[in-house]
Design a protein around this ligand. Sequence first.
Ligand SMILES: Nc1ncnc2c1ncn2[C@@H]1O[C@H](COP(=O)(O)OP(=O)(O)OP(=O)(O)O)[C@@H](O)[C@H]1O
Length: 503
Amino acid sequence: MSSQKAPSIAVRGVGKSYSGVSVLHDIDLDIAPGEVHGLVGENGAGKSTLLKILGGAIKADAGGLSFDGEQVTVGSPRDAIKHGISLISQEGALVPALSVLDNVFLARWSHRGGLVSARADRKRLAGLIETTGFTVDPDARVDGLPIGVQQQVEILRSLARGARVIAMDEPTAVLAEHEKENLLALIRTLAAGGTTIILVSHFLEEVLSVADRITVLRDGALIRTLTAGETSPRELVGHMVGREIDVLYPDPQPVPDGAPVVLAARGLRRGLVNGVDLEVRAGEILGIAGLVGSGRTETLRLLFGADRATDGVVEVDGVTLAQHSPRTAMAAGVALVPESRKEQGLVMQRSVAENVALSSLSGRRTGPFVKRPAEKTAVGEIAKSVDIRAADPEAPIETLSGGNQQKALFAKWLLRKPKVLLIDEPTRGVDVAAKTQIHHLITGLAADGMAVVCVSSEIEELLALSHRVLVLRHGEPVGEYPRGTSPEVVIAAAFGSHEGEPR
Ligand SMILES: Nc1ncnc2c1ncn2[C@@H]1O[C@H](COP(=O)(O)OP(=O)(O)OP(=O)(O)O)[C@@H](O)[C@H]1O
């Protein structure tokens, strides 16, 4: 699909520091034309930094790049485009108020004009949409599109620019199961057509299935490059953390007999959500599964009062939450860890400590956030329990790696010691080792008596973590499954093709 053949890439001695702290050092890496090259490592290992250097989003302090043996300077995204490199970052790089069509051909406006080219662009986009199999409306405004579709727009833009090297930073983290498969198939097609793909992902099975070779980074250093067919998740994890670790999920403790119902919802309705009933007891973890658009996040928002239900009630300890809003929910001991760390959870310009402390303080308080020593200790303990790794704890949270931002979001709500914890996608963007830590944390909180409701697109994770999994389809509960149910049964229920009898 690319107009020119991809170059062979040689990265030599690349390094990067922030305020004197080295986050990437002396990276030597060769990538062959048309190769799918996986990049794995723990949160903060330097994967995004390396991709951003390749994509011209940041400048390396040391070393250089050559393409087909010739040194190239990629000092800006413009340089990268010129050399046929396209970066699809975690942050996204679309203009929200513009249409899909305008975003895809953004950089071309200065070179072309008039109706003829507009028509040609439209035709070209239709062709690309057909080849990729995406379902995107060219005239839709980008800010109204789900994040997975926005990513498709970025891929379309890369292809429209004739990218020969596409670097993708955790592209499947925002996708549902079948969308992931489609994207992996597209990656294979692109590579077969000669495009080089560099893929960062925490899903090791996925990287193993699609990549030719995989490079492991640890603490800013390149540890190994392995052939995908000759390695395993276990070996990769060993290199990632520098030791053999057990990445098995912990089992939740059984819910004690007679444990009281802490959270109940009866007949919840609003928009997509159409009659959700649920009960969660003290010490119990209820998973909510469903496809994108099944009403999972919306149900959590109704439970929290972020949206007010048009019908139905939410009860905590048997008492109906009147005037249900986040304020009344929090007063009753309910906390929500939202899906989007940027839009709903974190103040990006503030430090980890300030962000973690923020939730425990009244909204009216101004000035420095972390004052009381007891609070400082609590913040420190929680940040440690979820293993937030920041080079400088006082630095703004936007300078943390994506996975560490996710952990900070989680920590923020734990300081409130809620009675009911609602969690949306708790391990998105989190590395395998940190994922088990978060699982231990959640099962530990439940063992201490918290009632937990957890939404996750990863069915296996949900089945491992929860006592029961409630499946939603088109906003309605369609079944409830105990631990030990096979993921296929739950997926079939989510799709509406029942294979197993729900309990
Ligand atoms: N602008 C910045 N200022 C200071 N430090 C930064 C900045 N950007 C990144 N870092 C630090 O560089 C290190 C590497 O971050 P990077 O985002 O490359 O990690 P990653 O491997 O992609 O992690 P993740 O899996 O969590 O996305 C981290 O310690 C991060 O805090």
